[in-house]
Structures are given as C-alpha cells and as structure tokens.
Ligand binder design. Structure first.
Ligand SMILES: Nc1nc2c(ncn2[C@@H]2O[C@H](COP(=O)(O)OP(=O)(O)O)[C@@H](O)[C@H]2O)c(=O)[nH]1
Ligand SMILES: [Mg+2]
Length: 326
C-alpha cells in the first residue's frame, strides 16, 4: 500500500469492506476514488477502483433495475440519519410530512408506505435526515428493512399513544431485539465501539394531542425499558422542537463554519463533523487534498482568542469558524 492515504480514504475502505449491498459498495468505492490522493504513486489503485466501480455497475444492470439497486438503502445526508420504525398507523409518515418537505403519503389506512423515503428536517442551521419506513409487526418485517435500520445513525421507535402504548412499545422493541439489536438512548459517541449490536435509539410517543397529560405521566411511570421517551404530536407539532434538539445531541456532531481569508464567514452551509473531529478532518471534508496542502488555520469561537492560529490536530467545537491557509 502506498503511504499518504487519507483518513477519509481509510474510512471509506472500511465501509466498503462492511458493505452489505451493491449500493453500499458502490457508494463506498466512489468515496474512496474521491478521497484517494491523486498522484503517480496511486495510479494503479485509482485504476483498480474504477474497474471495481464499473464491475458493480455492470452486475447491477444485469440483475435488473428493481433488484439491483437496493431500494431499502437510503444514502445519508445532512447532520445524521434517523430512521423511524413502528407498527402501522403510528404516524411515521405524518412526522416526516410535518417536519420536512418530503412528499410522503399519510393515510388513515395501514400499509400506505411501501418503501423507505427520506426527508430533511431543518434544525437550527443544519438538517437532520428523517427516514419514513414501511410498518413492522411482530409477524412481519419487510425484507430489506433490517438493512435500512442497521445503517441508521439513530433508530426512532414511533408508537401511537392512543392505542395500548405499552403493548406497542414491547412489540416494536422486541422485533428489533430479536434481531440482535441492543437499543440504548446513549448518544452515538458513547456507544461501546466493541459492541456491534448496540444502537442509539429513542422512543417517539406520538399522537400526544389525543390523550391527556396524565396519560403521558402514567406511561412514563409504567414503562421500565431502557429508552428515553419523547412525547410529540406529528399533527399539531407539539414536542417536535424538543425531539429535534434531543436527536441533535444524540447524533454527537458539531457544526463548523468556514471562511476564506479576507472574506466573510460562510454561514449558509456549515459542515457537520463528529464530536472530536480536528481541523484535518474538516479540511478533508472541504476538499480531498486540502489537509495535505494546508499550512495552518485560524479559528474564532467560544473560549478561543479571535483568529487564534491552530494546527491540523486542533479539535474543533460546535459553531467554531475556521479559516484555512494553504
Ligand atoms: N391526532 C393525530 N393523528 C395523527 C398524528 N400523527 C398521525 N396521525 C394520523 O394517523 C394516521 C396514520 O398516519 P401515518 O403517518 O400514515 O402512519 P404510518 O403508517 O405510521 O406512516 C393518519 O390518519 C394521520 O393523520 C398525531 O400526532 N395526532
Ligand atoms: Mg406510513
């Protein structure tokens, strides 16, 4: 292996090796090709990546468009991906319809949603990706849906509080635990890195508008499971702000603004990075060669001297402003 492979390349390489579907493999290979340092020493590897990409494309074309691309695979976008899971009619589609611009179908009858569908939920100046999904029951989980669930950053179990909530929580929860998932409401960065079954999850108790506050209190007392309860109404919007900020915390990411020397701060499109990310990680996100080319950076932010000079290894904080000098 030639030296100087970037952390992004290695991350994508790991993702490629763990990929379960053609779509995931293709996504990871394309990322590897983007992230690989472009010089003579990597010519051979670049060629190899291109060959593997075209081979997968060919395989997919041969299998036919419906089976080839996994329609249950939703590529991630924004600050993080939250997949909504629940029994029929609990309001998963309504939640996505109320919080995002996605054209999902909300219906009084069950099974209106056949495939996962993403929508972007504005939270402060970033966006959280919500994924609507077809319903699960103890008897039936749509084939392919476990792939969607496994890929999620956060799993949101959605229940309808107006219809035997405790039973619904138990049934939804056990569908996932029977498939070896260990759900916890710990933020993503506090999960045990050795435990591949563990997932960050939250319990969205929907249709708050149909019950009295006492019913929610009673549910909190009676529920003895490990998940945090977030009561909301997808139709009135009550509780959605609190849900958004809790999801943001659980995603364990920070947002960072960039500016070019001598220009104003770009407030329109912050970069989101994992908590603990450094200037080098930001640089690699901005442009694949930037972490190699950069000489130093200046940072503005809480607890910093204005425009303080920093090196690649400097950890970033939420809302820092970074100016990279190359
Ligand atoms: N009163 C009330 N009705 C809701 C709420 N959320 C969804 N619904 C209704 O519940 C039904 C099922 O909603 P839908 O989003 O299609 O459920 P899904 O099967 O989980 O996607 C629809 O008639 C919605 O209008 C809510 O918060 N309050
Ligand atoms: Mg639906």
């Amino acid at each position: 292996m030639p030296a100087n492979l970037t952390p992004e390349y290695e991350k994508a390489d790991r993702r490629y090796r763990q990929a379960g579907t053609d779509a995931e493999k293709l996504d990871a290979l394309q990322e590897m090709l983007r992230a690989i340092p472009k010089h003579k020493g990597t010519d051979h590897m670049q060629g190899d990546l291109k060959r593997r990409i075209s081979q997968i494309r060919k395989d997919v074309a041969q299998k036919g468009s419906t089976r080839g691309f996994d329609q249950f695979h939703i590529p991630k976008s924004g600050a993080g991906q939250v997949v909504l899971i629940g029994m029929p009619n609990t309001g998963k589609s309504q939640l996505v319809a109320t919080s995002t611009n996605a054209p999902v179908k909300v219906a009084e009858y069950p099974y209106a949603t056949a495939l996962p569908a993403p929508g972007m939920w504005p939270y402060e100046d970033v966006q959280i990706q919500l994924v609507d999904t077809p319903p699960i029951t103890p008897e039936h989980v749509p084939p392919g849906l476990m792939g969607t669930i496994n890929y999620a950053d956060i799993i949101a179990l959605v229940i309808d509080v107006s219809s035997e909530p405790l039973g619904q929580i138990d049934e939804t929860f056990s569908v996932l635990t029977e498939r070896k998932l260990e759900l916890t409401s710990l933020p993503r960065n506090q999960l045990d890195p050795e435990n591949h079954h563990q997932r960050s999850a939250i319990l969205v108790v929907n249709k708050l508008d149909l019950v009295s506050p006492g019913d929610i209190e009673a549910l909190r007392e009676l529920y003895t499971g490990p998940l945090e309860i977030m009561p909301v109404s997808a139709t009135t919007g009550e509780g959605l702000d609190a849900l958004g900020s809790r999801l943001w915390e659980m995603l364990s990411v920070i947002r960072v603004y960039t500016k070019e020397p001598g220009k104003p701060i770009d407030k329109a499109k912050p970069y989101t990075l994992d908590i603990g990310a450094t200037i080098a990680d930001l640089a690699a996100d901005i442009h694949r060669d930037l972490s190699e080319k950069m000489k130093f950076a200046r940072i503005w932010g809480e607890g910093r001297f204005d425009g303080q000079r920093a090196q690649q290894s400097e950890p970033l904080h939420d809302k820092d402003v970074v100016e990279i000098h190359q």
